[in-house]
Design a protein around this ligand. Structure first.
Ligand code: ADP
Ligand code: MG
Length: 739
């Protein structure tokens, strides 16, 4: 038989007529590589061979014996075939039963010797039998031959379904673990030895098994420890590649040209002196780090991270003003129009307070139109095309909008700085895209500043965001009181409503967050999406009887708070409608907003003092944390109520974590541990392979991968000595960017 390579399509291995092909395709497996990288989700330990006399009910056991009888029958309803066999060894005999697998009788013939692995069950007459055992017919060479391996363990004798650690795969309809094992085993037998691509120094230092050994071991390990070592190696692989990619991205960026933005420190001092407040220490430090970055003629790539309300916007805005002073434009992007408008308004006030610098012309681009605010503070509404023209001519220094700003048609004359608020929501791929789009052909690369209020666990920071430099705002502006947070079980709901009314009477405002929009159809986290996955989730959500914005709004405005002014806010509303609601809320024309996670990010309403979160256990920690940050932004004592619809839900570990955690970072670590990185990112695509995603929960491995990557790249930046590694990196990069 010809040898196969990793890129060989599976039809060449299995034959184009193989019934397996279609089924493997359903699992997304078309090449040898994809097949071999389809790892078992677990192993069943059938390694010890029991004698029939040793069998006990409930065991998972392997026996080896001769088939004494076999017959195919039908159940009384005639619907189901039943194959029954009697298997004997030196110590006795036992029955084995298979339902609906008539073909078993074609393989297991009387007189043949075979291994059977499965669960030992008790029959109606208290007799023992094996139900649906996996089986493997032994050829003469396998059974009892001298030197054929350990009599008591099947390992090392080519067994794949029985008498060993048996791999169990993520399955699909019509393709069982047995089937997958069969094709993988056949492929492994025919594949040429795989060449190691991880540098020997790295591999040796970390003690990981070599590729060829690891790929065989992960499928057919002799021991659990072997399987674990192989798996760790594969987790390491992806992290290692990611780290190398990050380091090289960083080096590449460092080689690019960016417009230098030298800051006149007297200007900066004057701006700060005229702000209505003093910057906190970490705001100052962050601003300083940004200034140091942008004054160099190579692109900044920095993440400004700080809790909600820690004052990131003002720091970024000052950077934008410094750019404007140098005649460079800034694109300032937010995930929603509400937020873009908020930043626009902040910016409008800022230079008015700081007379030290020229007032830049600023613009806001929305889905429907655009607004310009000139040097004299006067505003003008213009059409989007008119705005685009002004921006292209360099007439607008700072342009606010959603990320459509750069993705669509708006071309800048001399873009010097790109600021993205809440960038993690855009995902990693989009970030790269933004940066790429922002760069004009052959032109300089603009400086890039992302802002995020989501505390990102350290392991993620070092991997997914590993190419970014980090500035941290670690404290909240002075005078803010910690938010009182409580988990509320059902009997205390009325008391919360009373408290909301009392607060509103004192002039405060409240948010009520619901997990979904509609009573029945719509899923909260899939606003606008109606694919089948969402439909599936919807069914689930319906069962859980989650509170919806529409129902709660109805109930609260007619029954609970008929005397207060309420409004609903959710993702099905048009941008303009949402903005109108937020405007009225800000102007205190509304007392209580009933909303979905739309308010999750950034909205600044210092007068709001209550955040009530329905179905709180349905949200991730990071999200709850964001919600809570919507209040406590002014001088008033604020409150956060995590509503649980049952006592059981009130005992939820995640909710308890939010009460206990000292800060956002601690919470983020917990969230990652409790729910895994997929949940942490929610819908956001990271482009990371699954193995790498789960490896993120292993900080030790992340650290090792980083150290190894630094070592390799420092020693050989172009990876000249490691052509196989360079090739692997290329494939990895394509996979990430293709996502
Ligand atoms: P973030 O974007 O980090 O969530 P913002 O930039 O929206 O926070 O700031 C929240 C509020 O705090 C704003 O009203 C802002 O003007 C105000 N603020 C920012 N820095 C300070 C400070 N050092 N002292 C007092 N208030 C501040
Ligand atoms: Mg903000």
């Amino acid at each position: 038989m010809p040898q196969v390579a990793l890129d060989t399509p599976l039809f060449e291995v299995l034959g184009a007529k193989s019934a397996f092909l279609k089924r493997l395709e359903r699992l997304g497996l078309q090449t040898v590589r994809e097949l071999l990288w389809h790892f078992p989700s677990r192993y069943e330990d059938f390694s010890k061979i029991y004698s029939v006399a040793e069998l006990e009910p409930g065991q998972q056991a392997t026996i080896q014996g001769v088939i004494e009888e076999i017959h195919v029958g039908h159940s009384w309803r005639k619907h189901m075939s039943i194959v029954e066999a009697v298997i004997a060894d030196d110590t006795g005999s036992v029955r084995a039963v298979w339902f609906n697998q008539p073909y078993v009788a074609n393989v297991l013939k009387v007189g043949r010797r075979a291994n059977f692995s499965g669960k030992v069950s008790i029959g109606e007459e208290s007799d023992l039998y094996l139900s649906h055992p996996a089986y493997e017919v032994l050829h003469l060479a396998d059974a009892d031959s001298p030197g054929g391996g350990d009599r008591r363990t099947g390992a090392g004798r080519g067994m794949k379904h029985t008498a060993r650690l048996v791999p169990v795969y993520p399955e699909t309809r019509g393709l069982t673990s047995r089937g997958i094992r069969f094709v993988i085993e056949a492929t492994l037998r025919r594949i040429a030895p795989l060449r190691e691509w991880i540098p020997g120094s790295v591999l040796g230092k970390l003690g990981f098994p070599e590729l060829d050994h690891a790929i065989r071991t992960i499928h057919f390990p002799d021991t659990v420890a072997d399987a674990a070592a192989a798996r760790r190696r594969f987790s390491f692989e992806d992290l290692f590649l990611l780290q190398i990619e990050n380091i090289r991205e960083k080096m590449k960026l460092a080689a690019e040209k960016a417009p230098a933005i030298p800051a006149d420190l007297d200007d900066v001092r004057a701006i700060l002196a005229e702000l209505p407040f003093a910057l906190t220490e970490s705001q100052k430090r962050s601003l300083w780090e940004i200034i140091k970055d942008i004054e160099r003629p190579r692109p900044m790539n920095r993440l400004l991270q700080g809790d909600v309300g820690s004052g990131k916007t003002v720091v970024a805005a000052i950077a934008a003003m410094l750019a404007a002073e140098q005649g460079l434009q800034t694109a300032f992007m937010a995930p929603t129009e509400i937020l873009a408008r908020q930043h626009f308004l902040t910016m409008k006030k800022l230079p008015a307070a700081a007379r030290a610098v020229r007032r830049p012309v600023i613009g806001l681009v929305t889905g429907s139109g655009a607004t310009v605010c000139y040097e004299d503070g006067l505003e003008e509404s213009v059409t989007r095309p008119a705005m685009a023209k002004k921006v292209a001519a360099g007439g607008i220094a700072i342009v606010f909008g959603t990320h459509a700003l750069i993705q669509k048609s708006i071309a800048f004359r001399n873009l010097g700085l790109v600021i993205v608020d809440e960038q993690h929501r855009f995902g990693v791929r989009q970030r790269a895209e933004l940066a790429a789009n922002a760069k004009k052909k052959n032109g300089p690369v603009p400086h890039f500043l992302s802002m995020s209020a989501t505390p990102i666990p350290r392991t993620l920071m070092l991997t997914v965001f590993g190419d970014l430099d980090l500035s941290l705002i670690t404290e909240l502006p002075g005078g803010r009181k910690p938010i009182e947070t409580k988990i509320v079980p059902p009997p205390e709901r009325a008391a919360v409503y009373d408290f909301i009314r009392a607060q509103v009477r004192e002039g405060r405002q409240a948010f009520v967050i619901c997990p979904r929009i509609e009573p029945e159809e719509t899923d909260p986290n899939a606003e606008g999406g109606a694919d089948t996955a969402a439909a599936g989730r919807t069914a689930l959500v319906k069962k859980l009887d989650l509170r919806s914005v529409k129902e709660e709004f109805e109930k609260l405005s007619t029954k609970v708070f008929p005397d207060l002014r309420l409004a609903a806010l959710h993702g099905e509303m048009k941008g303009k409608e949402k903005e109108e609601v937020m405007r009225r809320f800000k102007a205190r024309e509304i007392d209580v907003i009933v909303s979905t996670s739309v308010v999750e990010v950034g909205v600044d309403i210092p007068n709001a003092s209550i955040m009530m979160i329905e179905g709180a256990d349905r949200f991730g920690l990071a999200q709850l944390y964001q919600f809570r940050g919507r209040v406590g932004r002014g001088e008033h004592q604020s409150y956060c109520y995590l509503m649980a619809d049952s006592a059981e839900r009130a005992a939820n570990a995640r909710l308890k974590a939010i009460l206990d955690a000292k800060n956002g970072f601690e919470l983020a670590e917990k969230d990652l541990a409790l729910r895994g990185p997929g949940q942490f990112f929610g819908e956001v695509q990271t482009g990371l392979p699954d193995v790498a995603m789960s490896a993120l929960q292993d900080p030790e491995l992340v650290k090792k991968s980083r150290e190894a990557a630094v070592l390799v790249v420092q020693e050989d930046p172009r990876l000249r000595a490691y052509p196989l590694l360079a090739k692997r990196l290329q494939t990895f990069r394509e996979a990430i960017h293709r996502e």
